[in-house]
Each structure stands twice: as C-alpha cells, then as structure tokens.
Ligand binder design. Structure first.
Ligand SMILES: [Zn+2]
Length: 297
C-alpha cells in the first residue's frame, strides 16, 4: 500500500469501502454515461460563455486566477480535486466568497480503471470535504479527463450531480504551449454558449494563468459576457447543450475518453443529499472560518 491510501485508511477508516476493487471489472453497476448525459456547451446565440478551471486549488496558481477574475469582474467555475481542497480550504472559501462556483472533480483524479466502488468513493469523499469546508453541497461534477464511461461519472450522476465537460480546451496541460498560443486556440474555437476549460492546478500552470487575462480581454472585446456554469445552463435555449462532441481544441478528443454510444438513455436519479457531516477526523478545519459565504446562485 502506498503512502496516500495508507494515510486515507488511517484518517478516514469509516469512509473507505470494504476492500475497494480498483479495476474496470466492476463497471456496470450503473448504466454508463454518454455525451448525451453531459453538458459541453449550451444552445444560444447570445455571446455568453463560462470559464472553468480544473485541478486546483493551488497555492501558486489559484490566487492568480482569483486576481484576474477580480480585475476583470468575471465569475469563474472551479472544479476542485478533493485532496487538494482539504489541504487549502482557505482558497476554497476565497473562491466562494468572491462569488465563484465550485464543483467536484474527484478526490485523486483517477484517469483509468475506475470501477463503481472506487468511483463512488472518489465522488462521495470529495462531496463530504467540500461540504465540510463550505457548508454547501456542490451540484456540479467534472469527470477527470472528460471520461464518461467510468465509475466516477456514474456515481456523480447517481447522486444527482450535473456532469459538465467542455467544448473549448486549448491543451494547456501541455506546459510548453505559450500563453499567446493558448489564447489563440481558445479564440479560434469559442462560440456563443461555450464552456471553456483551463487548469489552475495539477502541474506548472504559469502559461495558463498568463493566458487567462488575455483570453478574457479578447473575448470581452468581441462582446462576450462571462457566466458561472449554473448561470450559463440557465440560459440554455434548447437541447441543454448535450450530445455535442466536446473540444475542438488541441488534444481534446483524446481527453474525452470513450463514451458508450449504444448505452440507453437513463433518466437522472433524484439527488441523494448527504447529511452535512462534520469534517472527518484528521481533516484540518478551515483556516479562515470568519469568511462570510455568499449563497450559490
Ligand atoms: Zn482534471
């Protein structure tokens, strides 16, 4: 057992499922998701978009994103990794206090061989910790890598979370792409109703954070307005933005994973609202508990 699972087993023994099976063999307890189950954009002719940032919070990069958002007066949607959020709860609270929206991006960011049990653990553990930090239940989920045919996406849907992918991603996980190149790629692919993906954590995101104000200023000059993901979904003019292959941006197709087109459409289950549990033993309390939290839109 490596150190991370050992730590988790010691810190959260009551949350760990018995002998989790971490392979693809137990996928299938829930019907697999398809592109039709996820929002990659909305249908609209209005020049509105949502900017989403994945894999944070990061002590180094998230404050840069928050500064750009403050300077430009725009809202962002952050998809947080649970094990990063629990280390930096102050940044989670800063995101909410500034009016941004946070969503669930799993605990460990697993990219392959995620069965139903592991997927449920990843989603539930992250929900518990984000609720412990914020007092609010996240309603959005972004599957790591945009993969829909995994236990994580299935568990998120079973818990009533909206599955959010994207239709514009400039490939910023390739740290060698300059801020100018990232900006150019976003501008080439954006359209009314787009959900744009960048990263504020996970690795060196200096170019992503340098590109962020360039992207925002350029889109503003084109007449675009920025919304949170929930607000963008509220402006959908039909089709709910579902069913469109995401990401004309570089490398996006491979990030999308392998949906299962033959899977039958399944209605979204009513949400299972976890009880607002206290922070698990061993989880640090928020370091800025005095921050007054706004209500999520
Ligand atoms: Zn990610």
């Amino acid at each position: 057992m490596s150190s991370a699972p050992l730590f988790l087993a010691l810190a959260f023994p009551f949350l760990l499922p018995p002998a989790p099976v971490i392979n693809a063999a137990n996928v299938g307890q829930h019907p697999p998701l398809t592109n039709a189950d996820a929002y990659s954009q909305i249908t609209t002719t209005d020049k509105i978009v949502a900017l989403t940032l994945d894999d944070g919070p990061s002590r180094k990069y998230t404050p840069l994103a928050l500064k750009t958002a403050k300077d430009e007066h725009i809202p962002l949607t952050f998809f947080l990794i649970g094990q990063e959020a629990v280390r930096r709860p102050d940044l989670v609270l800063e995101e909410l206090a500034a009016g941004h929206v946070i969503g669930n991006h799993t605990w460990h960011h697993p990219l392959k061989d995620v069965g139903d049990e592991r997927g449920a653990w990843e989603v539930h553990q992250t929900q518990l910790v984000l609720m412990g930090i914020t007092g609010q239940r996240p309603t959005l989920f972004r599957p790591p890598g945009g993969q829909l045919n995994t236990g994580t996406a299935a568990a998120a849907r079973a818990n009533g979370l909206k599955i959010i992918t994207w239709n514009v991603w400039p490939g910023d996980t390739n740290g060698r792409l300059s801020a100018a190149a990232l900006t150019k790629s976003v501008l080439a692919h954006v359209r009314p109703g787009s959900i744009i993906l960048l990263h504020d954590g996970g690795a060196n995101r200096g170019n992503s954070m340098a590109a962020l104000p360039m992207i925002v200023k350029a889109l503003k000059a084109q007449g675009y307005t920025f919304l949170t993901v929930p607000d963008l979904l509220g402006r959908d003019k039909g089709g709910k933005g579902k069913g469109t292959a995401p990401a004309p941006g570089a490398g996006a197709a491979s990030e999308q994973g392998s949906p299962t087109p033959e899977a039958p459409a399944t209605p979204v289950q009513p949400p299972t609202v976890p009880s607002p549990a206290p922070l698990p033993h061993g989880v640090p309390a928020p370091v800025h508990p005095s921050v007054t939290l706004p209500r999520l839109p």
